[in-house]
Design a binder for this molecule. Structure first.
Ligand code: TXA
Ligand code: MG
Length: 338
């Protein structure tokens, strides 16, 4: 099978039709592309797991066109919880935040991998919203990559990842944010960040006490070795000029252009020449994918400042990497296995 990329109104029509038949479609969101299937159709959900090669123990995020649909998939455990969700929804939806809440009993267990909690979000992408409204059913959608690999931020990326496994990809251009949504678990008036993303701890603070469990909780998206290129990637926190052999090195720079040594390096990607973290996030996975496809044998990545969406970039970079290299050393030969 070779996935067909479709656009605009005709693309929306084809997507809705395939989803009605229990099929799966690669679809754009404002964060990364998702692989969507009807959340209430267990066969469609099974197809998502199969296409991604994803273990059935790893639950999927459910997407809604508007907050009022939440009652279809969530059963609130208290009034306090509902009020908290209303406040968060008003501020952040539609947008890149996912809330972890008690699951509605009618939602198939396959979606949540047997967990009694479901992750939900309202995506801001107009094409995704349009498909949801016409289908009139929530869509489960994980990122549209093979399990553990680099998340796609364009329709072409989805075809590279899943082109052999799915029929249809709806093209919605390149993703605005470029990293996955912030996942927040709601416990009474406490908020716990399970995965950092475009909505920051700072922004969530005014709604209750916020702690970050990112890196502690063992959902697969928070395991090391996730979001990973095929090549070895190291975080390189010194001047690339000092790296001894630049041949066969692919370098992911945050903002420096390193014009002097471009010729020596096999491949260079600059995430944001002006040092803008939002721009860097939007370019991050695409740059990683291009370096992975280049002739470079090893990828070195310059760290970005850990503020705002930079927290999410560094989170993904650490999980994708084999570790850090400091100063002038070569990558360690006894790297940990993944
Ligand atoms: O921005 C996003 O969130 C994208 C777009 C497509 O919406 N989706 C996405 O989905 O990143 P995925 O499946 O690649 O990552 C979702 C993460 C996984 O690590 C999964 O384990 C966790 O969320 N998750 C989903 N449902 C959960 C649940 N019920 N309990 C705990 N963790 C859950
Ligand atoms: Mg993913």
């Amino acid at each position: 099978m070779r996935a067909r990329i479709v656009h605009g109104e005709e693309g929306v029509r084809d997507s809705v039709e395939l989803l009605r038949q229990g099929g799966v479609v690669g679809m754009p969101t404002e964060t990364v592309y998702g692989l969507a299937g009807n959340a209430f159709d267990p066969m469609a959900i099974a197809r998502i797991f199969e296409a991604k090669g994803r273990p059935l123990s790893d639950p999927l995020i459910v997407h809604l066109p508007e907050a009022s649909w939440i009652k279809r998939v969530v059963q609130f455990s208290s009034l306090k919880q509902r009020k908290m969700v209303e406040k968060l929804a008003e501020s952040f939806w539609p947008g890149p935040v996912t809330l972890l809440l008690p699951k509605h009993p009618e939602l198939p267990d396959l979606v949540t991998a047997g967990s009694d909690r479901v992750a939900v979000r309202v995506t801001a992408h107009p094409l995704f919203q349009e498909v949801l409204s016409r289908l009139n059913s929530p869509l489960a959608a994980p990122s549209a990559n093979r399990f553990g690999r680099i998340s796609p931020t364009s329709a072409d990326d989805v075809r590279l990842e899943l082109g052999e496994y799915i029929e249809l990809i709806l093209d919605g251009g390149s993703c605005e944010h470029g990293v996955e949504s912030t996942i927040v678990s709601i416990q009474e008036d406490r908020l716990e960040i399970l995965r950092p993303g475009p909505i920051t701890q700072e922004q969530l603070k005014k709604y209750g006490h916020v702690s970050s469990l990112a890196g502690i909780v063992n959902t697969p998206g928070s395991l090391p070795g996730h979001y990973a290129p095929k090549k070895r990637l190291y975080i390189f926190d010194s001047d690339i000029m000092s790296f001894p052999s630049k041949a066969r090195v692919g370098f992911m720079a945050f903002h420096t252009s390193f014009k002097e040594i471009h010729n020596e390096l096999t491949a260079v990607e600059v995430l944001s020449s002006s040092g803008n973290l939002k721009e860097a996030a939007a370019n991050f996975y695409g740059a990683l994918r291009r370096l992975d496809e280049s002739h470079a044998e090893v990828i070195l990545a310059e760290p970005v400042p850990e503020e705002g969406i930079g927290v999410a970039i560094m989170d993904r970079l650490r999980r994708a990497s084999y570790g850090s290299v400091h100063g002038t050393g070569h990558p360690p030969s006894n790297s940990p296995a993944r």
